[in-house]
Write a protein that binds this ligand. Sequence first.
Ligand code: GAL
Length: 669
Amino acid sequence: MPIWYGADYNPEQWPEDIWSEDVALMRSGSINLATVGVFSWARMEPRDGEYDFAWLDTVIDLLHAGGVRIDLATATASPPPWLTTAHPEVLPVTASGVRLSQGSRQHYCPSSPVYRAHAARLVGMLARRYGQHPALELWHVNNEYGSHLSRCYCDVSANAFRVWLRTKYSTIDALNLAWGTEFWSQQYGSLEEILPPRAAPTFTNPTQLLDFDRFSSDEFLACYQAEVVILRQTGGGVPVTTNFMGFFKPVDYWKWAREVDVVTDDSYPDPADPDSPVSAAMSRDLMRSLGGGAPWILMEQAPSAVNWRGRNAPKAPGQMRAWSYQALARGADGILFFQWRQSAAGAEQFHSGMVPHGGTDTRIWHEVEQLGAELAALSERVGEQAIVGARVGAGVAIVLDWDSWWALEQDAKPADLDYVQQIFAWYREFWDRGVAVEFVRASDELSMYGLVLVPSLFVATDEQLANLDGYARDGGTLLVTYQSAITDVNLRARMGGYLGVLQRTLGVWVEEFAPLVGRSDADKPPTIPVAGEVFGGKAVGTLWSEFVRVTNATVMAEFTADTLAGWPAVTQNAVGSGSAWYVATLPEPGALSALVGAVLADGGIEAEPAFGGERGVEVVRRGGLTFVINHCALAVAVELDGTDLLSGTPARDMQLVSQGVAIISDYTG
Ligand code: GAL
């Protein structure tokens, strides 16, 4: 298999005489995979039950003749106006009771039987017509489930929610107990009384909210599965995917990842945000992790600017290429874009395309052609030197949990903490050091990792905590941060100091929270002084502090001000043959770096060699190759031996310009 290179291709937006030109251009751009039909429902089925596939036949045959493989979309993400006109109940309703309109996209209630029946009929038609087509490489189900519209509060959804709750709880007593409805007189007499968490005077029941999050993720998943069943029956045995969106809160990708044949991701980091290389890397590591380490496909990225931010920065020269190689380095076997030809009309007319409004004598097109040619050459590598199919190992794991994400960010909590920001703060330290990271569930097998980080695992089961405990006892290095194991899966507080069995593992318990409070208009988060050898002396904590009681751990750092003065900020406990750290604040970057250095050493994990002292140089190993990507504004000198595959020159002392990439084989350190 080659490295996939391609785009969303929307020929229905263009007159037919452009289609052949498109295919010719695709050949010169080394395009080998096109995603077709993502938003074509109205074109495929112009009236209820009347289908028009002639245009699609032509498009697919043209692509096939041009050597371009097809990722065929099921087109169900944007119901046509005739459907929502005839069945307005398909349109979703917000928590405040507003029924959203057609005229945009993703305007469907995932629980709607009418929507699902019409979608299934269309998918059946597509599967029968194209399942055996020799150009078909992949089925692309719907598009970005949960995007734009992730929760529907209509009466149909209310009913579906009740069915979901009946399956989960069996009896109303069990539900009342789980939701803690004794509080504020919320006891339900029967399921019929239950509603989605619609707009209410103040805080809604937290467990109802969490169950509605779980339910909503499951409803979209059920839509996906309903299409997949049809594709598996009549879709020609072609693999099936749906495109994920990185760290996307509304749907639990751990559950979804089991249902796709290949993980695919849409990635739109902001070129104007200096953190983008790191956050993009984190998403790519998540995609690899969701697939259990298997290669994944970057299904969409922008060739340059998007159109949906307040101000849309273009990518710098070389940045599209650098970020594409980042995905490849972190396990992608395909680099695709949204979209092939920049639209002339419609809401995305100012979103960049591989073929821009300005045509092919443009920077964007030249970069597209260059990258296509490079990837085609790299595709030919085989055996131990191959990129396609090669794995990326990791010594560090970070626990990621959607229940905790949903619960931690509810309103009625001790403080408004952003779950992914917590993870990102830690992730950045590993990125800076070239230390590979994978994401895991708390229940996963962890013994292959030298270090497991557990940031704010707010919701945890006893089994998950026992697994983390066992990991540490069996020789692992475990690091747990504040707001972990605060509740069970029903959001019932863990009595006696939180943390459950981890109290013994960590040798601490938590007496009281003290989230840091700052002026609400301040740019910087509130801080608190801390001190300890592990920070290299005096340092600063941010966002959080708390009163931690030590039963059996060594205090590695303390808070040094106000009522917290003298209370532990970081502890470490020798447990079994391993080690367990507890961190009660988010140290500022310099201090966090020192702490990460200490725990990496504790976990026996070595960092990659630094590059000219520059932060912003990314180093990743995949298979037998070492990728070096310079995200800095200035050139850096490569300090590794080996040969750069892209330039064909020796790597050592090579000057890597800003946005430059080297892929070093025969690396010797
Ligand atoms: C994605 C979506 C594409 C396109 C793109 C623009 O989220 O799947 O259809 O809208 O964003 O950035």
